[in-house]
Structures are given as C-alpha cells and as structure tokens.
Design a protein around this ligand. Structure first.
Ligand SMILES: [Cu+2]
Length: 142
C-alpha cells in the first residue's frame, strides 16, 4: 500500500514536470494573424440558444495535439473577467476548448448580458506567442 502511494506520488511529480516544461515552449503565432467572433455581433440580442461563429485570419485551425506551425484551436471565454495566463495550458474554468478544430458552436445561456471572447491555443492548449485574443463582445440573451 505504501509502495503504491509512492508510485502515485512519483507519477504526479512527472505530470507536474511535464506541465512545467510545456510552459517553456510557446508556439509562435504568425505576424498579422488575428482571431475574432464572426457572429453574433457585439451588443446583439440573441435567443437562449444561439450559434457563435469563430473567425481566424492568417493562421489555420487544427485539432488539439496537432504539431503543425501556424495552427491552433479555439477557446471561448464565457463571462471571463480576466484572460487566462498565457504561459500555461488553458484550464476548464469558464473556458470552453474546441479541441476538435470546431469553428462554431451552439450555446445556451441564461437571460441577461454575457461576454464572449476567443483565445487561440496551440497543440497543448497554451496561448501562442504573441497571444491571439479576440475583442470581447457582449450579447444580450432574451
Ligand atoms: Cu484547448
């Protein structure tokens, strides 16, 4: 039993180390590349269920894990008050990953004002260098 917990502890150490080295390797974004929300428009009134379309200029969309220069996958911040740290993989709290390479999603949000913002992430979910962050838009859900 004690031996097993040592193994578990060691594997956690390796995991932590893996994440730490991922922090070092930031993927370069392309000059003039940009990420943006195609629709809805900023300030648009939408119904409870609506589609968000993601735009990416100057780079390509690829599923998470794809090791190809000039690519990344979309991350959507919903009601995000701050941007995620740019030097490590983006987490799951308030952030949706589109690791399949999706360029749109159907969203269901409660009535009222909500903010939406995109951050492109590389194969390991880490923002590029320099990071590609869209303008934050506000939608009003009926
Ligand atoms: Cu991701």
């Amino acid at each position: 039993m004690k031996f097993l917990s040592v193994i578990i502890m060691m594997s956690h150490l390796f995991l932590a180390h893996g994440i730490a080295s991922a922090e070092m390797a930031r993927t370069a974004s392309k000059v003039d590349a940009s990420v943006y929300i195609i629709s809805p428009a900023n300030g648009e009134i939408v119904s409870k269920t609506f589609t968000i379309k993601f735009g990416l200029r100057g780079m390509g969309v690829a599923p998470a894990g794809t090791d190809k220069a000039g690519t990344g996958h979309h991350h959507l911040l919903i009601d995000g008050k701050t941007l995620p740290p740019f030097d490590k993989p983006m987490g799951k709290e308030g952030i949706k990953h589109f690791g399949g390479g999706q360029t749109e999603t159907v969203m269901m949000l409660g009535p009222g004002k909500h903010t939406l913002q995109l951050v492109l992430g590389d194969k390991s979910h880490v923002p590029h260098q320099p990071p590609l962050v869209s303008k934050q838009i506000t939608v009003i859900v009926k």
